[in-house]
Design a protein around this ligand. Sequence first.
Ligand code: URA
Length: 434
Amino acid sequence: MSDGPAAVEPFDAVDVIRAKRDGGEVPEGALRWMVDAYTRGYVMDAQMSAFAMAVLLNGMTRDEIRVMTDAMIASGERMSFTGLGKPTVDKHSTGGVGDKITLPLAPLVASFGVAVPQLSGRGLGHTGGTLDKLESIPGWRAALSNDEIVAQLHDVGAVICAAGSGLAPADKKLYALRDVTGTVEAIPLIASSIMSKKIAEGTHSLVLDVKFGSGAFMHDIERARELARTMVALGTDSGVATTAVLTDMNTPLGLAIGNANEVRESVEVLAGGGPADVVELTVALAREMLSLAGQPDADVETALADGRAMDAWRAMIRAQDGDPDAALPVPRETHTVTADAAGVVERMDALPFGIAAWRLGAGRARAEDPVVHAAGIDLHVKPGDAVAAGQPLFTLSADDGSRFDRALTALDGAWHVGAQAPAVQSIVRERITA
Ligand code: URA
């Protein structure tokens, strides 16, 4: 028996590619079809990569970005938290070196009675993944069903878990294609990729931490600003109250770069201590989130100092079968680098420190690789600190000492001890609102 005639496709991928290649605007119906037909496998990888390259070179209008985002949302399921009876607010960071802010931030914000659904990912390359960090905690479970997420938001307030494959599958396929075709950097594609997942997740409001600098996706602040503005507009147009902050990622955030050591540092922040830059950013983002959730005057510092945020952290870890009191993995081998001469630390470049931590085993080169939870780097000083000759600058940790050489090669020229203290600047440089 014949299957009957194949359905006639309403558009032609080559026409869509040509329109973008020649600098035109792709009509809404054609763009929606392109995303849908690619997800179904009718539009080929070769065609979608030509289209992505045309977008990278010629950009997209605000309307096209909105349609692209919407089409990716429509490719999968949409979650809803409207039945929770409390506001939901999420945070997304474009990723950086030592960026563990989600860990103290989610329970801190939840301690004010707000629901924080943080559907997160694993790390690839030099920026770490939130789930990899939390998986250092014995027993902790990243995979939750939608019902478990809702129940935990109701009971505890904060959830950090793996984003299910049902959210924006078109983005999953397109992001993997962009990764191997030199088209990740297109701002309209980054914005639609991030926002399709956040909008599909169903949060009421969203704070974006858009990083710039050597350890960030966007090296210069102008491109970070353009990305932030594009995402704020997309969120706003879709009914998600969205604010962005532009933050400096030229120096690693905090003193810990890795997985288990970043959990340790996050717990210090939740105990009212921790490095000043991690505290500054955690507090700034918590204020933005609580302001969107209707609590602009929330006393965030007190919730860190009096243990309320720590209580929420412990409840959050326990709810996902983790033991907040269990010992975290410790490395088998360490190697400490010391200062050759006295002086002041002039700079520590985020990107080489991220690459070195990755080479030590803290990150993965391929999605299927495991990470070594105890591997990473602990800084003992930061730019601006005075050091004596022989004073420890940082310690590398690994399960296998043969990894130190390649990590040290990555760090060649990455820091400098000299005479000139760098200018003190706040990490949060700008705020972008609708
Ligand atoms: N993160 C995403 O989810 N998508 C991008 O395109 C870039 C960063």
